[in-house]
Ligand binder design. Structure first.
Ligand code: PLP
Length: 439
């Protein structure tokens, strides 16, 4: 109650804007997740630059949410702003249904970084995942998709399935599914190779869609040999392997795929790669692309089943080129990863000092703590370790002292402009919150 009172005292303008807008916004917000913020109403944004955001009342925050990864390049990095102004303002033609030189440049960078040859673009990671699942079913002639329990790949119908004591079941909260997901999808726990082998045995799985490390129930790292085992089993079963690197891109310039030497058939991306301008991308191995182009049965590309009017637009690609060439460079990743290491070590120090039953896990520029020890090994264990009340308290305490976090993650993400002082402030305030709790 004390922290809620403090929030309300600091944010009268956010409150006024929220109350004025709410009658015509579904759920009072432009996108439902924004209703999950820690305060009684969302903070309204005034401006953002680099690692900082300023709310409508002029309160400044160090931003460790970074648009839930969408702003991992920092807010409005100068190189991306320049490219956007040039394309949209000076040259014009955000949506002309004509390719620009930037398209080939971005595809070339992604091909080199991720080691998969041929790329196409969408407007979000959700659409990239939807479209590659269609391609996977088309090219394999198989009906089913397999995902890890409590993974998240966007609002993709086939992926809302979890393991349960009595077998697979639809994940709660999937509104209005088109069909019974247990008919279209299979599910196994992350880090469970025996389970994967069992589920692939029927030979009806077109593709495994997975993150190389889970990031949506805290970070769950693969155990030694797990990802190599997944590759071996999928290959043997004739099942395509899709690595969703939308979040795990934090691991380095070529995501986990490059950092860990993975060999997926498909990589999907979104969020961060265009510096906050909407984009999604999917890359296919040369072998899979050949298979698609030479399929005698169907024209798998010109179907309307993949693609969209605004996908591959010149604005997104101008932004992506500038962001990848000049902002999210290998050097920037090295700096972000080092800072994330400082943060992770600092959180571990707090865990030790307060003897907390927590664990903290780093994946490159991203770090997250869980209310569980030892660290959860899969999505279900991680789900069981959630504590909404504690999370809300911590988030609000930090928010009131200038630290902005993603509402539904205990996650700290670094961008190229996050500083050591920002990390120190975060740790100091988190320490104060814990002292207050212990108090
Ligand atoms: N894939 C992963 C791993 C994600 O975490 C998300 C969103 O959080 C998505 C895909 C979907 O991204 P978007 O909502 O930008 O389409």
């Amino acid at each position: 109650a004390r922290e809620r009172g403090e929030f309300v005292r600091r944010t009268p303008e956010s409150r006024r804007l929220h109350e004025a807008a709410a009658p015509h916004l579904l759920g009072g917000v432009p996108m439902t997740w924004m209703a999950k913020s820690a305060g009684p109403y969302p903070l309204y944004l005034d401006s953002a630059r680099g690692a900082r955001v300023t709310d409508a009342d002029g309160n400044r925050y160090v931003d460790f949410c970074l648009g839930d990864t969408g702003a991992m390049a920092g807010h409005s990095p100068a190189a991306t702003v320049e490219a956007v102004e040039r394309r949209y303002g000076r040259l014009g033609g955000a949506t002309a249904m004509m390719p620009t030189e930037d398209a080939g440049a971005v595809a070339g960078i992604l091909a080199e970084r991720f080691g998969v040859a041929e790329w196409s673009f969408s407007l979000s990671a959700t659409d990239a995942n939807r479209w590659v699942l269609r391609l996977a079913r088309a090219v394999t002639g198989r009906p089913r998709v397999l995902v890890n329990s409590f993974s998240y790949h966007g609002s993709v119908d086939e992926s809302f399935i979890v393991t349960g004591a009595d077998g697979p079941r639809a994940r709660p909260g999937n509104v209005g599914p088109a069909y019974d997901v247990t008919e279209t999808s299979r599910v196994v726990e992350f880090n469970d190779l025996a389970g994967l082998e069992r589920e692939l045995a029927a030979g009806d799985v077109a593709a495994v869609l997975m993150e190389p490390a889970l990031t949506n129930m805290g970070i769950v790292l693969p155990e030694p040999g797990y990802l190599a085992g997944v590759r071996e089993l999928t290959r043997a079963a004739g099942t395509l392997l899709i690595n969703d690197e939308t979040h795990t891109f934090s691991a380095g310039p070529g995501g986990c795929t490059a950092a860990w030497g993975l060999e997926p058939d498909v990589v999907t991306l979104g969020k961060a790669i265009a510096g906050g301008i909407p984009i999604g991308a999917y890359g296919l191995s040369a072998e899979l692309a050949d298979r698609i182009w030479s399929d005698p049965e169907a024209d798998l590309v010109d179907t309307g089943g993949v693609g969209g009017t605004l996908a591959g637009n010149a604005l997104s690609l101008a932004a992506a080129r500038a962001t990848l060439e000049r902002v999210l460079t290998p050097e920037a990743f090295a700096g972000m990863t080092a800072l994330s290491g400082e943060y992770t070590a600092g959180v571990q120090g707090l865990i030790d000092r307060f003897a907390l039953p927590w664990t903290v896990t780093q994946l490159g520029a991203r770090s997250e703590y869980r209310f569980a020890s030892p660290a959860p090994r899969n999505g279900t264990e991680s789900y069981l370790a959630t504590d909404a009340e504690l999370e809300d308290y911590l988030h609000l305490f930090l928010l009131n002292r200038g630290i902005f976090l993603t509402p539904f993650h205990n996650m700290a993400l670094m961008c190229p402009e996050t500083s050591s002082a920002d990390v120190e402030l975060h740790l100091e305030v988190l320490g104060a919150a814990l002292a207050d709790l212990a108090g």
